[in-house]
Design a protein. Structure first.
Length: 138
């Protein structure tokens, strides 16, 4: 049996089928548990980039639309977790969209690299600057 982090992704929808929250849970090799949740307007803005990431791994639309948690392999789970972590604290819609699309367009290897980097103190800040050029309000 191979040892790898275990990831699940839960997509919560309202009565009309709109995405209202996205959760990614990870159980790491040391027995630790990480969870990240993006809800509200951010969830709406990351839906298309997240679907692009999941579709690139071969997940079908039926799996995307289910109310059950989706089990993800370690590479795909790290990519999804990176996307959520990168946009969670942001407020400006343009930055959320730019960064989510940038993370979604990363290769698996690039996403794995940045997933490791964001564990460091300034990793998320560096990723955001790379993806949106450090845009500031005017």
């Amino acid at each position: 049996m191979s040892r790898a982090e275990l990831y699940t992704c839960l997509i919560t929808r309202d009565e009309d089928g709109r995405i209202v929250a996205v959760d990614v849970d990870a159980d790491d090799l040391d027995g630790g548990h990480r969870a990240i949740r993006v809800n509200g307007g951010r969830a709406t803005h990351i839906a298309a980039p997240l679907q692009e990431v999941l579709r690139s791994a071969g997940l079908r639309g039926r799996e995307w639309a289910t109310r059950k948690p989706i089990e993800l392999d370690s590479m795909l789970g790290a990519h999804a977790e990176l996307l959520l972590r990168a946009v969670k604290p942001l407020r400006r819609t343009d930055r959320i969209i730019d960064i989510a699309e940038g993370v979604a367009s990363m290769s698996k290897e690039e996403a794995a690299y940045w997933h490791a980097q964001v564990q460091n103190r300034h990793g998320l800040k560096a990723l955001r600057i790379l993806l949106d050029g450090g845009k500031r309000r005017k």
